[in-house]
Design a protein around this ligand. Structure first.
Ligand SMILES: [Zn+2]
Length: 298
């Protein structure tokens, strides 16, 4: 973002703070934040080499379950629907989709080991590719596209969002899920809070404890902006502004808790997160997942 204009709403961005050697900028309007000095392709390649392969069999039980059967049913998809699973990780979402008879899935992931695992689940089509090539990988249209916790890892989240919308069938549904950068929910965890404070203090020489405290409870929270892992801190407000400029779609937003059984199946509970503190934090600026449902008009 060379001209310091927000990619999502077009407003001016300003320097917020450093996270280690990375400079974080944020939009004055929609509070979307991003890494100004993005890591190079080479650094990211090295970082993601084998990074994604962390398959927990318990996750399989949680996702290939009746809860997901009802979740998919609630999406009102046509019979024998076609699903595209972007950055599908363990492949459980595709697997559940097929196992419960909703249709066929195409799974795409950059990580070779994840793809090998997904193949072992007998998913119809497993493609080992960089999701940023989506436009060149698939020209089929889909009834359901799921992209969960991928866009915040990319140096530019916009092209993949555009490409996924292009790949929707009429009346097709695209669920785009990413961390709610404004959420305070994770700060209820003592470990997360401590780590966040320590990182701000260590990375910004002019920061006092009070300044760091004010920052993390302000709109500069940047929940989970943590380069080189998460390069973007996205908000519902910024995404809404971006989608409002597109024609032929309708959309809605939900902010879901880290404890949500459907949108947060990998969360198993953290002992240092008191439930009351999580509830209070969540009630201020919503849960830590943004779930954006985009429907192509028929
Ligand atoms: Zn903005």
């Amino acid at each position: 973002m060379k001209n310091n204009k927000c990619k999502f709403c077009g407003a001016d961005c300003e320097y917020w703070y450093n996270i280690n050697e990375f400079e974080i900028y944020g939009c004055k309007n929609c509070k979307t934040s991003y890494t100004s000095n993005m890591p190079s392709e080479e650094e990211l390649k090295h970082y993601y080499d084998g990074f994604n392969f962390c398959i927990n069999p318990k996750s399989k039980i949680r996702i290939i379950s009746n809860a997901y059967k009802y979740f998919y049913k609630s999406l009102n998809l046509p019979n024998n629907a076609k699903m595209l699973d972007i950055g599908g990780g363990g492949g459980f979402f595709s697997c559940a989709f097929e196992k419960f008879g909703f249709g066929k899935a195409v799974y795409i992931d950059i990580d070779n080991q994840s793809c090998e695992y997904a193949k072992s689940l007998n998913i119809s089509k497993v493609i080992n590719a960089d999701v940023r090539d989506l436009k060149n990988i698939s020209n089929e249209k889909y009834d359901f596209i799921y992209c969960r916790h991928v866009v915040e890892h990319l140096t530019d989240p916009i092209p993949i969002i555009d490409a996924a919308i292009e790949l929707l069938n009429k009346n097709g549904l695209f669920i785009l899920q990413y961390p709610n950068s404004l959420s305070l929910e994770r700060l209820a965890s003592k470990c997360f809070y401590k780590e966040r404070m320590e990182t701000l203090l260590k990375s910004n020489k002019d920061y006092s404890y009070i300044k760091a405290l004010k920052t993390i409870f302000s709109y500069k929270t940047g929940n989970d902006v943590y380069p080189p892992r998460h390069l973007w801190g996205l908000t519902a407000c910024g995404m809404k502004e971006y989608l409002s400029k597109k024609e032929g779609i309708s959309y809605n937003f939900k902010l879901k808790s880290i404890t949500d059984k459907i949108y947060s199946p990998y969360y198993t509970g953290v002992k240092d997160s008191p439930r009351l503190a999580m509830f209070l934090a969540r009630s201020i600026r919503g849960g830590c997942h943004v779930v954006c449902s985009i429907r192509k008009n028929s």
